[in-house]
Design a protein around this ligand. Structure first.
Ligand code: GLN
Length: 480
């Protein structure tokens, strides 16, 4: 299938060869054709979309030339978009309409982006496959019998299938990078705080970040250029340095770049096809003059335990607000307690319940020190590993996941197997670091991704490095 990139569309719109309305109509047609198979979208409204497109066309005709004007975008369904239903992929939100815009949504809309719809997702962003949505799984456009990856399944598939060249997901422990890697899409998990979380449904607050996704680093930069900037409505938000001129991304020089390859990320358990793709990618980078340096992140072995203890603890606290009292689903019952437990029982899926229960257990008196506090200590050790590594190298490169997209249903009976898909993506959020996941090649016809990890606030540099990689490879250009 041939669908333009954001950059192509930008050029066409600015030259007057394309109209935003035409692009939106084409994208809506693609949705009509493919949604029956893919199930990436939970809400869309043709008139709303076309209305926004016509407004963008008026701004274009008036001479405005800005990065996202007239560009279709898709929003994960945990982002508040005023007037649209917000489901979090859950039945418990039934009947809830967003009363305001998330800051990131506001910034995109004000920049003239054209909203195409809300994207399917694992319930409350908990999951690695996209199968934990209450509204059915999203399928992988490269192979409909396989998962898209989660939790930002619909956002990623929307870009892969040409519904929009840019989408927003969220990444708490890998949720844009894993589906990105499974569907051949480029995804950024920014430095913690780089994008505002005002109006983003909270999963695990010490880890949650908004994650932009697109077909290339260059396209990501265009979108990111209208999203950054401190937001007084989010006390954790900060100003990302280097974003001036971001829309005009330049490739980094690979010659002399010291790329650390952490030993712990290339051990047993990686599928041979994935390993082969990564080795070829690193050799290609070395051929351009990058220096490959073996490094060690010794506490990586604690990553999954640490991440899942912290996540479940924060989840059990954050999700207590969904109680049927103020909004969403309500199961009427005689006593208040019965109403609350009846609503939560009916409204929440098994994975969310599992995490709430585990988290409540971790935080309870007597277990707090043994589990939660210990996990926080391990988090510090994991963070220090990175600090040490960045004394020797400029960036790190790793796989995104040990395998390619797995068949639908393969991990549903085994939560541990599902958690292990995240083994290479959870450490960077624990250390609050930025990461780009980008296409690296194919194994048996399925996409394989790699990650570039940098020190705090090196987001723009990582995009420049990815741009350099995408200048010497063309995997990211292949479409499903
Ligand atoms: N798969 C991870 C989890 O289930 C990551 C989720 C996310 O980043 N939102 O927790």
């Amino acid at each position: 299938m041939s669908v333009g990139t954001l950059m192509d569309w930008r050029t066409g719109l600015d030259a007057g060869d394309l109209s935003a309305e035409f692009l939106a109509m084409e994208a809506l047609d693609r949705m009509d054709q493919r949604e029956g198979d893919l199930n990436a979208i939970l809400f869309r409204d043709r008139e709303l979309t076309l209305d926004a497109a016509r407004k963008a066309d008026r701004r274009l005709r008036a001479g405005e030339r800005t990065p996202m004007l007239g560009i279709p975008v898709v929003l994960k369904d945990n982002l508040h978009w005023k007037g649209a239903p917000l489901s979090n992929g859950s039945r418990i939100m039934q009947g809830y309409t967003a009363p305001y815009n998330a800051t990131v949504v506001n910034r995109l809309l004000e920049a003239g982006a054209v909203p195409m719809g809300k994207a399917n997702m694992d319930e409350f962003a908990m999951g690695s496959s996209g199968e934990y949505s209450a509204f059915g799984p999203t399928r992988n456009p490269w192979d409909l019998s396989r998962v898209a990856g989660g939790s930002s399944s619909g956002s990623i598939v929307s870009v892969a299938a040409g519904y929009a060249p840019f989408a927003l997901g969220t990444d708490t422990g890998g949720s844009v990078r894993l589906p990105g890697s499974f569907c051949n899409i480029t995804a950024l998990r920014p430095t913690y705080g780089a994008l505002s979380r005002y109006g983003v449904s909270a999963m695990a607050s010490s880890l949650d970040q908004v994650g932009p996704v697109a077909a290339s680093a260059r396209d990501l930069a265009l979108g990111l250029s209208v999203l950054t900037g401190r937001d007084p409505l989010d006390s954790t938000s900060l100003d990302l340095p280097g974003t001036k001129g971001l829309a005009d991304l330049r490739p980094a020089t690979l010659r002399g770049l010291r790329i650390g390859l952490p030993r712990e990320y290339f051990g047993e358990g990686i599928e041979p096809g994935v390993r082969g793709v990564l080795e070829a990618a690193f050799q290609r980078l070395a051929a351009e003059g990058a220096e490959l340096v073996p490094v060690s992140l010794p506490h990586t072995r604690y990553a999954i335990d640490t991440y899942y203890l912290i996540v479940t603890s924060e989840v059990s606290s954050n999700l207590s607000r969904y109680d049927g009292v103020r909004f969403g689903l309500r199961r009427e019952a005689g006593e208040l307690q019965e109403m609350i437990s009846g609503t939560r029982d009916a409204g929440l899926g098994a994975e969310v319940k599992r995490r709430i229960l585990l988290g409540a257990f971790c935080l309870s008196k007597g277990y707090y020190d043994a589990f939660y506090l210990k996990a926080l200590k391990a988090r510090t050790l994991i963070t220090r590993d990175f600090v040490e590594a960045f004394k020797q190298v400029d960036i790190l490169a790793t796989p995104v996941s040990p395998g390619t997209a797995f068949p639908l249903g393969a991990n549903l009976a085994d939560p541990m197997a599902m958690y292990l898909a995240d083994v290479f993506t959870v450490t960077m959020p624990l250390a609050a670091l930025p990461v780009v996941a980008a296409p690296a090649g194919f194994s048996e016809g399925l996409p394989v991704g790699l990650q570039f990890v940098g020190p705090s606030l090196s987001d723009v540099k990582l995009l420049e490095i990815t741009e350099a990689w995408q200048g010497i490879s063309d995997f990211h250009r292949k479409r499903s």
